[in-house]
Design a protein around this ligand. Sequence first.
Ligand SMILES: [Zn+2]
Length: 146
Amino acid sequence: MNTPDNTSKTSSVPVEKSDAQWREELTPEEYRVLRQAGTERPYTGEYWDTHTEGVYQCRACGSQLFTSREKFDSHCGWPSFWAPLAEGTVRYLHDRTMGMDRVEVRCANCDSHLGHVFEGEGYGTPTDQRFCINSISLRLVNPDEG
Ligand SMILES: [Zn+2]
C-alpha cells in the first residue's frame, strides 16, 4: 500500500520547535526572516560588506553554515557565499513564490529560512553559485574570540 506524501509541511529536522517557541526566542525581525521566509532590505544587514574571518552560524540554532573563506563581494546587498561550509549543512527547496523560480536555502538543522541560491551569474567564483543569505539569519563567530 502506498502512502501518499502529504507531509511536505512537516519536515524532519534535528531541531524542531513550535511556532510559539520560535516567537519567544527570536526578535520579531529574526522571526519574520527565519521562520516566515522574509527578506531583509539590501545593504541594511549586518554582514553584507563584512570581511572579518570566522564562521557564520545559524542565528536560530547555532549550526555552522558558512565560513568567511567562501564569502565574496557580489555587491548585491546581502552576504554572498559560493558554497556552504559543508554538504548537508543546508537544504534546498524549490520556491515559486513572488512570481519567480528560485531555490530557497534553509538550515538543515532547524529548517529556518536563510536565503536563496542562484547559479550561472558569471561571478568569478569556483562554483559559479551565489548563496544570497540574509544577515539576520546568520551570526558571525570569530574563532579567535571563541
Ligand atoms: Zn538553524
